[in-house]
Write a protein that binds this ligand. Sequence first.
Ligand SMILES: Nc1ncnc2c1ncn2[C@@H]1O[C@H](COP(=O)(O)OP(=O)(O)OP(=O)(O)O)[C@@H](O)[C@H]1O
Length: 269
Amino acid sequence: MSLASVKPVASKKHTITIEGLNKSYHDHPGSGSGNGDIHYIIKDVDLVIKGGEFFVLLGPSGCGKSTLLNMIAGFISKTSGNLRVGGSDIDKPGRDRAVVFQQADSSLFPWLTVRQNVEFGLKMKKVPKRDRRVVSEQYIDLVGLTGHGDKLPRELSGGMKQRVQLARVLANDPEILLMDEPFGALDAMTRRTMQKELVRIWRQTDKTIVFVTHDIQEAILLGGRIGIMSPGPSSKISHIYDIPLTYPREVSAAEFYEYHSRIQAHFDE
Ligand SMILES: Nc1ncnc2c1ncn2[C@@H]1O[C@H](COP(=O)(O)OP(=O)(O)OP(=O)(O)O)[C@@H](O)[C@H]1O
């Protein structure tokens, strides 16, 4: 498939700007150990993700990666601070942003075929049937599912379902893809294939991607920059690594190993 055929005509690149962002919650007094104290999940997060960037959020389990991603998605409201996408304040979900979850099963309609799942958002937007078909075929091809359009999700492997989820999100043409450990439930070989495919798709479509993982290797394979989140509570972006390695990246390369060691040392400190 040619690059021009999948690139949106007016490809917008939205910058994500985060300044002094906080998310806190109160203990519920009277429920167990709760005494009404304020707890910060994330505190004083400052970050700018440039339009078209592949940015990875890396941090230990429970540090607040999903919370931050869901705030960018508009699913979780901020307590205080600034969060803007393309210059607009974010306080709710929008068509400019789409989330890809770890479990494709929970996002696909099991009674719809691959093609119908991919076309769902376009149907909601009342895109004519013939145009929907053209777009869905493009994205089914792009994610490597050519010939599987008439299958139901239950006839697909985990990796194939994840590809359908990606095709469906891409068909809606959001400027920003927010990916929450999307390959975490896949076996190692399928995961590696999907990582390569995602880089290929990102380079073809020019989207901004924010990708959450706790896997250092995955972060270096994918990210142009990697933001390290400190362990919670009151987590923040403690360091940002530029990864200027060319794609596709090889884990066996000496430079790859160097970045891995440096980031691993960061967590071991
Ligand atoms: N609604 C809530 N009320 C109170 N605490 C919450 C709420 N939502 C999340 N938390 C807490 O915030 C912290 C961060 O959770 P979050 O899911 O964002 O972390 P994560 O880094 O994505 O973790 P993982 O890698 O395990 O998915 C956790 O300690 C979690 O228990």
